[in-house]
Design a protein around this ligand. Structure first.
Ligand code: G3H
Ligand code: 13P
Ligand code: ZN
Length: 338
């Protein structure tokens, strides 16, 4: 039995990105794997009146179970409406997106199970194969008005020992060719970010290096009006790393993307910013602290609840101060509802 995303109350990303591009903000794309993360994302986004992309990785889909996920997602839309009503606020536009889809079959399955947007990540394939698989997903997805994100360039972590600059960063001319040949709705690019909590090798006291915003500008020049996506955009706040390490954790030499770089990118062509690691860090830090301070505690609500509260703070802060998506939902809703 298949379900279209409109039946669940989701929207694709087209109108969200149009507003994001024109008004210089990015739509937050927050990953979730469980109920508390989902509640925190929606609460923060409704209260800050931000559009949001709920992002599900292949691993998250396996973890949460695809059938349960569909109902969780449907519940999410109703939950968001309820919070809005209780606070005298309007509805926000929500997209349900597959993060890093690695096959046509997975993307198709998501499209048939209520996803309004999918990513097909062929960035590790030879160029022509990336074009072919992306086009195949686009041709299928567009029949159902589902939007598609492709990726070009490799997001390398320092741990992967990638030494050649050229093989990492997105080539602007190739980006033009890729968009023309595939018909994708947005493109994830590589300009110096990477996934996880160890993005840059910096010695204590040293500043994290900037992103290659010059490449972003070239892509913007060659693809005017086209929405760009930034993966690996967590900032890895050191305050949470300190809490983790203070209460028994061991995370050394972590480093995230500078907030001033994200702010610049979203005022340019970046319309979607992916964040997962920062929320993982917040959750881990709060739970570690509670376990250490109250060793007799064994009610999950007593540690997952405070973790959820802290995640609401994190997401709200990002929407307001980093992505500038706060307050942008009403205009998008107006256009979507006609
Ligand atoms: O890009 C990766 C996201 O952080 C999702 O990670 O595959 O462990 O769920 P995951
Ligand atoms: P972070 O690991 O920086 O949070 O990136 C998440 C991401 O890109 C998900 O696709
Ligand atoms: Zn990613």
């Amino acid at each position: 039995m298949s379900v279209h995303y409109r039946e669940l109350g989701f929207y694709n990303t087209r109108v969200m990105f149009k507003h994001a591009y024109q008004k210089g903000f990015a739509v937050p794309a927050y990953n979730f794997n469980n109920m508390e993360q989902l509640q925190a994302i929606l609460t923060a986004c409704v209260l800050t009146q931000s559009p949001v992309i709920l992002q599900v990785s292949k691993g998250a889909r396996q973890y949460a179970n695809q059938t349960l996920l569909r109902y969780l997602a449907k519940g999410a839309v109703e939950f968001a409406k309820e919070i809005a009503y209780q606070n005298g606020l309007g509805e926000i536009p929500i997209a349900l997106h597959l993060d890093h889809g690695d096959s046509f079959e997975l993307a198709k399955d998501c499209i048939e199970n209520g996803f309004s947007s999918v990513m097909i990540d062929g960035s590790h394939l030879p160029y022509e194969e990336n074009v072919a698989i992306t086009k195949k997903v686009v041709d299928f997805a567009h029949q159902f008005d589902v939007t598609v994100e492709g990726e070009l360039g490799i997001l390398a972590g320092i741990e992967e020992h990638v030494s050649s600059e050229k093989s990492i960063y997105t080539d602007p001319d190739q980006a033009v060719d890729f968009v023309e040949k595939t018909g994708v709705d947005s493109l994830a690019i590589s300009i110096g970010t990477s996934h996880g909590a160890y993005k840059f090798k910096v010695k204590p006291g040293e500043e994290v290096p900037p992103l290659r915003l010059d490449i972003l500008e070239k892509i913007k020049e060659k693809l005017p009006g086209f929405p760009i996506v930034l993966h690996g955009a967590s900032s890895v706040p050191q305050e949470y790393i300190e809490i983790i390490n203070k209460y028994g954790g061991k995370m050394e030499n972590t480093a995230g993307v500078r907030e001033d770089q994200i702010q610049k990118a979203v005022q340019s062509a970046v319309c979607k910013v992916n964040v997962d690691s920062d929320a993982r860090l917040v959750m881990t830090s709060i739970i570690r602290k509670i376990f250490a301070e109250k060793p007799s505690e064994f009610d999950p609500r007593k540690y997952l609840g405070p973790a959820r509260e802290e995640m609401i703070k994190l997401y709200s802060y990002k929407n307001e101060k980093v992505l500038f998506s706060a307050g942008k939902a009403p205009d998008i809703m107006k256009e979507l509802k006609g």
